[in-house]
Design a protein around this ligand. Structure first.
Ligand SMILES: [Zn+2]
Ligand SMILES: [Zn+2]
Ligand SMILES: [Zn+2]
Ligand SMILES: [Zn+2]
Length: 1257
């Protein structure tokens, strides 16, 4: 039991008189030259050496009082003692008797432990700071959460005495609170916090210094002595908080693959905190001069503890991490995996089998937070893997600082909020029972009367509450006219009737935040103190009690006059959410092509779950005048949420940020207002998307932010479900009543989102009318990123880093930004390369990371070798995050260190090509440089040409000369054409030559811009959010949906014969799908949830119309053919239809039955089965497209009919006995089967190959 881990108590204040004896004993023990090796497991190698330098060797004292002298003597002897112990141990270490000494050491430490135990037992702070029972580090980590509030309270007390530590205490408090809000359960982070906590505990010793102005040795007050240390500590705490925040956000796979790098980054904080703790202890010891020996001993044991901490740190790996690590190992280890996209994408799909759904709160399975469609995942993962912790932490700082600000605001509000309810009880430290901890006087009375303990059954609570208020009414009635005081104001009498048995569920839910069926004192205080400042408790109760369940209306015959409250507020925002979403959908056709994909992805991510919530919730609508009673609260809440969102710039990056914004308590309270505010901003982004090209991450982040809100819903739902089960209630039934059925569909969305349901569902539609919307929206305040085009010209800041300053001279000379050209068969083979070399941490290597002009990120790592003749050769390699080949470079600097040139290649040994990089040469100048061949031919001439061109360009650029702009534009046009060819695999040798010329004469920023433009152009080609049921691939171009099969989900096919003509069987269809089924052909990307029902309904209706038209046309044709064999008459009618659309419409609406000849809108030839009919054009327009025209052109645009319209296939109904057709059908089905088989074989082949690869690796 007396494990040495107990010694974390060493930091408690020096003990008062009674324990002196024990310490003296300890001192004597310390004087013995025997080292304290506490655990045989601890490696003796480095733990002890470290403790020596940590003790200040010389401390100069000014001549002072006897007190100082005394202290100096004590100190001196203390140092000697430690030094003796050290030498003693060094001597022992080499001998074989080491093991025995170890044992002795163990015994010693056991005694020491007891001493420190005694000490902390008598600590004066014991009452305020109790929960320090740390048997082992593990239990310390586990108990961390419980021990922190006590410590913070104690620190606050100390800070009252010594305000200068306030800055560190404040930082500690904020960072701790943020960590608690994050809800993750990472043991490594917990350990960091444990160390942080231990360090902060050292500050508690300040409590012993009652006189803050007292001067210690050196004539310094304790404040002067420790001020800087404390300030530095505050910074360290914040930095550590940021590091933990960054690490916590990394996904499992990154934590595993980059585990060791992250570990060493996080470990530095353990060291820092341990060191600070020593610093504190020493500063205090020196100041008081009393407990110096004691301090030495404490610090000595501290170092031993460090080893164990580091060991624990390394072993603190979750079961999922272990599982993933094993998988990574099977695939060849972290390095191999990082270079293998297939392995990475496989790892991305990994789902841990380890059951982590422990019963404990906070350890359940977290929702899979992923808003990003899978195919982008690999790319973003690669970027994440290549990012070093230092960079990641730096990038996270801004977000983290916003969170800090939010948390500080919350604390400030709490401080204000605690005092503002009139009549609230003041909670004394001395209590006679649990009820004395209740702030509200009424509930305090009830609690006391009922002699409840820490918690009470919700039902009993509400009943008692009702009885209490009934009694109060009686008192009040009797008191009429008299001057009797009751707790009920006249203004609140209306609310009384709602505190009754029918409201039991509502009132209980309002108090019982965790839906446990019990109400605790904490919950009572939370509920009563969260009410608006000028509301009475009754008013507040009414807000929650009224309008929770629609049933109540019938059972008690609720007077609609009192039906507002929570549900009404939620309804109000729910409707706004529905409206905004509908408008966003309505806006789709107006979105700029380059933004279409971003908009689609956003809606895909957000809509399904948003509508699950808005559709599940039971709305209640009331007279506007009734809102007034609660309006002030509703407005204040919206304002509070808005301010929170503005602070984080509408970017929620983690659960803690969300909790900061919503405040404590269940998510359903603020769910719809929050969604409304987020969607409102995103709606404004949508509006901007009509006019400008936005950054690709803008809506991505916006969608991700909303996914965090959904995650909170998932947490809440899972909590509730677990609780219902615990109470042996049926979750399905409970969710059908709880919180106005908000979670009903969420709990089981299968039926709601089934195709069968979607077919019938008609969403609320809203038109988007630009004029009706706000007109003065400033894009600068809405967008978080610069627009796509602006972003290109961002100049990266090349700030000298800490390691740059420490690098050795040969590395120093190549640090900085370089611009250069790389050649091979052609000069150059790629656009100007630009990167900034920084020194690596180990001072003799260097690195750089940047993005190539074509948009792929890369990193460079290098070192150097010294040749015999003294020249320095720099070797570096460039690795791309995508599947581009690694390149190796070897080069030397010229005399003035401005030019780095040499050779490069695709292997370390063979470098046949050359490169030149320049420093301090701007790319604008560089593009004037003639190719090396001209230099070789005639150097002077080439130089002369270089100078002339550069000067000429400079002048033209500065004057915005027309010819210069024209030339630039021509370059851009040509480059885009070349890129277009490249993406179509049509690049010729001549193209490559032109690329070389253009790359040499365009800056890297220019080329980057060309690539982005080309990328945005290509982005507008539709890629459907559906996979083909035949080939399994994503559908591009046109998507064929069977409208005949009744399945759980649609049957989708590529518009390729091999795919669309295949038969298909699936679990969810009873009859085989055959190609003779009716299809609708879609060329715009659908949002399955929102659009599919309408599309299918329109297809059915369209098909019916088309059939009628085609059938009557065929009849008419047959009729006219019988009566009149002259075909010319038909032809003239054809022309008539082909005329302007208005005319055709007029003709169609008229009674002119003669215009039945139906023609293809494109080629005007007569149409009959089979053909296509447009379901987007008006019924009167009768737009048919013949099979040939559609196939040939991939959709046609004529008049109002666009090539993006959806077409339904009109086929002759297949008669059962039609043998010929059947044979044809059977044949085509065989063909289809073959095609499907081929596709399947191809997949099997791929699978086999990948298996072979993973085997061999
Ligand atoms: Zn079908
Ligand atoms: Zn296909
Ligand atoms: Zn045609
Ligand atoms: Zn059309």
């Amino acid at each position: 039991m007396p494990s040495f881990f107990n010694k974390h108590k060493d930091t408690s204040p020096p003990m008062p008189a009674p324990a002196v004896q024990a310490v003296q004993e300890a001192e004597t023990l310390m004087n013995m030259p025997i080292p304290q090796v506490n655990s045989p497991d601890v490696s003796p190698a480095d733990s002890d050496q470290e403790s020596v330098p940590s003790i200040p060797p010389v401390i100069a004292f000014t001549e002072g009082s006897d007190y100082d002298l005394d202290a100096a003597k004590k100190l001196g002897s203390a140092f000697r003692t430690v030094a003796n112990a050290q030498t003693g141990f060094q001597a022992y270490k080499g001998t074989t008797s080491f093991g025995i000494v170890n044992k002795t050491g163990d015994m010693l430490s056991a005694i020491n432990t007891n001493v420190t135990n005694a000490q902390s037992m008598s600590s004066p702070l014991k009452s305020a700071y109790e929960s320090e029972a740390m048997k082992t580090i593990r239990s310390g980590v586990n108990a961390l959460v419980d021990s922190l509030p006590g410590l913070i309270k104690a620190l606050d007390e100390v800070a009252k005495l010594h305000p200068f530590i306030g800055i560190a205490v404040g930082a500690f408090r904020v960072v701790v609170e943020l960590d608690l809000k994050r809800r993750d359960n990472d043991k490594k982070i917990a350990l960091l916090f444990l160390e942080m906590k231990d360090m902060m505990e050292a500050l508690l010793q300040l409590d012993n210094i009652k006189d803050r102005d007292a001067v210690g040795p050196g004539g310094m007050t304790i404040e002067a002595r420790m001020q800087n240390l404390v300030k530095q500590t505050a910074d360290d705490i914040t930095a550590c908080g940021n590091a933990c925040d960054t690490y916590a956000k990394k996904r499992l796979i990154v934590k595993v693959i980059k585990g060791s790098v992250w570990e060493s980054t996080l470990k530095t904080y353990i060291d820092i905190f341990a060191k600070r703790r020593k610093d504190f202890t020493f500063a205090l010891a020196i100041h008081t001069g009393a407990g110096v020996d004691d301090a030495n001993r404490k610090l000595d044991t501290l170092d031993h503890k460090m080893d164990a901490i580091m060991e624990f740190f390394a072993k603190a790996i979750s079961p999922e991490q272990q599982e993933m690590a094993a998988l990574v190992q099977r695939k060849g280890g972290p390095t191999a995996v990082m270079g293998n996209p297939e392995a990475l994408s496989e790892l991305l799909k990994f789902k841990p089998t380890a059951v982590t759904t422990a019963t404990k709160r906070g350890e359940r399975e977290a929702p899979q937070h992923s808003s990003h469609p899978a195919e982008n995942d690999l790319e973003s993962l690669r970027v994440e893997l290549f990012e070093s912790p230092a960079v990641a932490i730096r990038n996270n700082l801004e977000v983290f600082e916003r969170k800090l600000k939010m948390q500080q605001r919350e604390f400030a509000e709490e401080m204000l909020g605690l005092v503002h309810h009139e009549g609230d009880r003041v909670i004394d430290a001395v209590t006679s029972g649990p009820h004395d901890k209740i702030i509200d006087p009424d509930i305090h009375e009830i609690w006391k009367e009922m002699r409840w303990r820490g918690h009470v059954k919700a039902r009993h609570f509400v009943l008692a509450l009702r009885d209490y208020y009934r009694q109060q009414i009686d008192v009040k009635k009797r008191a009429r006219g008299e001057n009797l005081i009751t707790s009920i104001h006249d203004d609140d009498e209306w609310a009384l009737e709602w505190i009754n048995i029918n409201r039991l569920q509502a009132i209980a839910e309002a108090f019982d935040d965790d839906a446990s069926g019990f109400i605790t004192i904490a919950e009572v205080n939370q509920f009563t103190s969260s009410r608006p400042k000028d509301w009475s408790l009754l008013h507040w109760l009414a807000y929650w009690a009224i309008g929770w369940s629609a049933e109540l209306e019938s059972t008690v015959g609720v007077d609609s006059h009192y039906f507002p409250g929570w549900q009404m507020t939620a309804t109000y925002y729910r409707d706004k959410v529905v409206e905004l979403l509908a408008k966003m959908f309505a806006m789709r056709p107006k979105i700029h092509n380059a933004n279409t994909e971003a908009v689609q992805k956003y809606l895909l991510t957000v809509y399904r779950r948003a509508t699950t919530l808005t559709s599940s919730f039971i709305c209640t609508y009331q007279d506007d005048s009734l809102k007034a009673r609660f309006q002030s609260y509703v407005d204040a809440e919206e304002q509070r949420l808005r301010e929170g969102l503005e602070t984080v710039r509408y970017d929620i990056d983690a659960m803690d940020t969300l909790t900061l914004i919503t405040g404590p308590g269940r998510i359903e309270k603020s769910l719809f207002p929050l969604l409304y505010l987020l969607l409102k901003r995103d709606f404004e982004i949508f509006r901007l998307c009509q006019k400008m090209i936005i950054h690709k991450d803008e809506l991505w982040d916006a969608a991700d932010t909303i996914v965090w809100v959904f995650d909170a819903v998932v947490y809440r739902h899972n909590d509730l479900e677990a609780l219902f089960k615990q109470q042996r209630l049926d979750p399905v039934q409970q969710f059908k009543a709880y919180a106005s059925e908000l979670f009903d569909y969420w709990h089981d969305d299968a039926k709601f989102l089934s195709l069968e349901n979607l077919r019938e569902l008609e969403w609320t539609e809203f038109e988007y009318v630009e004029e009706n919307e706000e007109q003065n929206v400033d894009s600068k305040t809405i967008l978080n990123y610069p627009s796509a085009v602006h972003n290109l010209y961002n100049i990266p800041d090349d700030i000298v880093s800490d390691s740059d300053a420490l690098a050795d001279n040969d590395v120093k000379s190549i640090l900085g930004r370089w611009y250069g050209l790389i050649g091979a068969e052609r000069w150059p083979i790629t656009a100007i390369v630009s990167f900034c070399f920084h020194a690596s941490a180990d001072t003799n290597t260097y690195e750089a990371s940047d993005v190539a002009a074509h948009g792929t990120g890369y990193t460079i790592h290098g070192d150097y070798t010294k040749k015999d003749d003294g020249t320095i050769e720099y070797n570096f390699s460039r690795t791309y995050i995508a599947r581009l080949r690694k390149t190796y470079f070897t080069g030397t600097l010229d005399e003035d260190g401005e030019k780095l040139s040499g050779s490069w290649g695709y292997s370390e040994t063979e470098k046949p090509y050359r490169f030149i990089f320049w420093k301090n040469v701007s790319p604008e100048i560089l593009i004037a440089r003639p190719p090396p061949s001209e230099f070789e031919e005639n150097k002077t001439k080439a130089l002369w040409k270089y100078a002339l061109t550069a000067a000429h360009n400079e002048v033209r650029r500065k004057m915005f000369s027309w010819s210069y702009l024209k030339e630039r534009r021509a370059i851009r046009k040509e480059y885009l054409e070349l890129l277009e060819n490249e993406s179509n695999n049509l690049t010729t040798l001549a193209d490559l030559d032109r690329f070389a010329v253009l790359d040499r004469t365009a800056t890297c920023e220019d080329v980057r811009c060309f690539y982005v433009l080309s990328d945005y152009q290509r982005r507008s080609v539709p890629t459907h959010l559906a996979n083909c049921d035949t080939c399994g691939e994503r559908i591009h171009g046109a998507r064929m949906i069977c409208i005949q099969c009744r399945a759980k989900d649609t049957l989708d096919f590529c518009d390729k014969p091999a795919c669309r003509e295949a038969n298909k069987t699936r679990e969810d269809i009873t009859q085989t799908h055959v190609p003779t089924h009716t299809f609708v052909k879609v060329r715009t990307v659908l949002n399955q949830t929102r659009d599919i029902g309408k599309l299918l309904r329109m297809s059915d209706a369209g098909l019916e119309r088309a059939r009628k038209l085609l059938d009557s046309s065929a009849e008419a044709e047959a009729g006219s053919a019988a009566s009149d064999n002259d075909g010319t008459e038909l032809k003239t009618e054809t022309k008539k239809v082909e005329g302007p659309r208005e005319e055709a419409d007029a003709a169609g609406t008229g009674a002119d039955v003669k215009v039945t000849a139906l023609t293809c809108v494109s080629c005007s030839s007569l149409v009959s089965y089979p053909c296509w009919y447009c379901i987007d054009c008006s019924a009167d327009a009768r737009v048919f497209v013949c099979v040939d025209c559609d196939e040939k052109n991939g959709g046609v645009t004529v008049g109002d009919h666009l090539d993006t319209h959806s077409l339904v296939s009109c086929k002759l109904k297949v008669a059962e006995d039609d043998t010929e057709k059947n044979t044809e059908q059977r044949l085509s089905s065989v063909e289809g089967k073959l095609a499907a088989l081929t596709a399947q074989m191809e997949r099997i082949e791929k699978l086999l190959e990948s298996l072979a690869v993973s085997r061999s690796s």
